[in-house]
Write a protein that binds this ligand. Structure first.
Ligand SMILES: Nc1ncnc2c1ncn2[C@@H]1O[C@H](COP(=O)(O)OP(=O)(O)O)[C@@H](O)[C@H]1O
Ligand SMILES: [Mg+2]
Length: 229
């Protein structure tokens, strides 16, 4: 982990306190997270690691607001963000299952958050979309549908889409999961560039290459934090 002291003046964007989340599987009760507290500052790059099933994806989903915790709360503490309904502009996500729109080209998928947020037309978004496509090596295939590119390229499309609007927070779930070694490094560089622009980057990963680049690494085991957040 690179030594990057947390600045006393940095802005805390997100605070989760005492999160417990359980799922039901038939008659069984699965504790996915237990008493997890976690915070994220503007412009820091944090990894959440741990073995498969340790609760990484559940934590990302709770922070994103897609899952409601049984106990605990998630608070947006960034004045620029509406805590009741963080918008795409504030919170962006590259989920493990990507969530690309099959009917839209790579370019249109990446452009979508800008159009939804700003109602912008293509001329207004060209520069930002072009930069995001370039960062993730998608320029040459931008006109293709997701089904016409590799899984790694689909994953990079999801990352470009998440970052195109310069969100306050990026939640990325296993963002190097479908990348070869060369593009894993490219993805990490893209995340670091976002961080340098002030985006708080939270990555759920078990990829050592990513973990060593983090300002802070949080580890989960059986739904509990084993390294202090
Ligand atoms: N929708 C669900 N229903 C039942 N169990 C789930 C569900 N989602 C996750 N789990 C369970 O919760 C635990 C944590 O899962 P997850 O957060 O996906 O872990 P990770 O991302 O670290 O692999 C696992 O035991 C998993 O099987
Ligand atoms: Mg997961």
């Amino acid at each position: 982990m690179s030594a990057q002291p947390r600045s006393e003046t940095s802005t805390r964007v997100l605070t989760a306190t005492g999160i417990t989340k359980t799922y039901r599987r038939g008659s069984e009760r699965v504790v996915a997270l237990e008493g997890v507290s976690f915070s994220l500052d503007a412009g820091e790059f944090v990894t959440v690691s741990g073995p498969s099933g340790s609760g990484k994806t559940t934590l990302v989903n709770v922070l994103a607001g897609w899952e409601t915790p049984d106990v605990g709360e998630v608070r947006w503490t960034d004045g620029d963000v509406d805590p009741a309904a963080p918008a795409w502009g504030a919170l962006a996500s590259a989920p493990q299952r990507l969530g690309l729109l099959d009917e839209l080209s790579v370019h249109e998928n990446v452009e979508l958050p800008l159009r939804l947020r700003d109602g912008a037309d293509r001329a207004d978004t060209a520069e930002q979309v072009g930069a995001a496509l370039e960062t993730f090596g998608l320029h040459a295939l931008a006109h293709r549908l997701p089904s016409e590119v590799s899984l790694g390229e689909q994953q990079r499309t999801a990352l470009a889409r998440a970052l195109v609007g310069r969100p306050r927070v990026l939640l990325a779930d296993e963002p190097t999961g479908h990348q070869d070694a060369g593009w894993a490094a490219g993805v990490i560089a893209g995340l670091q560039r976002a961080r340098e622009r002030g985006t708080a980057v939270l990555v759920a990963t078990h990829d050592e290459e990513v973990i060593v680049q983090a300002d802070r690494a949080v580890e989960l085991h059986d739904g509990r934090v084993v390294t202090p957040a």
